[in-house]
Design a protein around this ligand. Sequence first.
Ligand code: A3P
Length: 302
Amino acid sequence: MSQEKEKETMELKWNLMDRETASQVRGIALFKSTCDYWNKIWDFQAKPDDVLISSYPKAGTTWLQEIVDMIHNDGDVEKTRRAPINIRMPFIERINSRYVGLDQANAMPSPRFLKTHLPVQLLPPSFWKENCKIIYVARNIKDNMVSYFHFQRMHKGFPDPGSWEEYFETFLEGKGLWGSWYDHVKRWWEAKDTYPILYLFYEDIKKHPRREIEKVMEFLGKNLDEKVLDKIVYYTSFNVMKNNPMSNYTFEPLMNHSVSPFMRKGVIGDWKTHFTVAQNERCNEDYREKMADTMLSFSMEY
Ligand code: A3P
């Protein structure tokens, strides 16, 4: 069957099915398919030279994955275009009829680069035991929320997000998939004091891509020359990644890019086009309360 035909058939099959439902592991909402497979995920065996990319969904995970792959491959674009991003870097807790992240990871030769959205308390313990390098990327709550809303609209596997007003409340209450944004960013922030975690911010990468890419390079123990770094900055820029079929998720039949593209806007401050004045006040108040116990701070505008 041609690839195009296969994609159409898959799409049809999934259209006939309901969106995936959510269930819970230790109070955190996850795909039911992930929960059903939980024991296997929890028992996943990390290796000491694994590198894990971790984030709350829609914080810039794919961007960081592409940066890491470019660095690992010394800026060789052909090598980074060898396969779709979810194959190059398995998403360990994701399971559906076509993709089992764990199996992808287990079949992969080392050094492995892996992806997760799991909160600290649900990360398979072997990652801590093996002291694996972890790169975490966080994004300000308002842009993160807007991006997640549009993603749930376009991704047929996710539960329907409902209206923006409904979604806004669900998000603040931490009832969405992978749990509360607050708990996620705060607990990973705390974990970095104990484990080898490079904690990055979407906003910093956007404002100073070269500086942040250099941080990743140093963390990975690489030393690339200026020209290679320039190349990586260019090939991981929003417009180039938007047109790269191996990183823009046009390969994923569950995503409907005509509803909202995966590479949607890629900016800081898009929340201003979504939040009402009342929602902004409500979010600021909630934020003050729930972030009062941390030094972690975000920039919400460019
Ligand atoms: P928007 O929806 O705000 O555009 P994730 O990979 O965690 O799912 O995050 C996706 C978000 O990161 C999307 O945000 C996407 O556009 C943005 N993104 C991906 N690559 C980017 C890049 N090179 N530069 C800026 N933003 C990027």
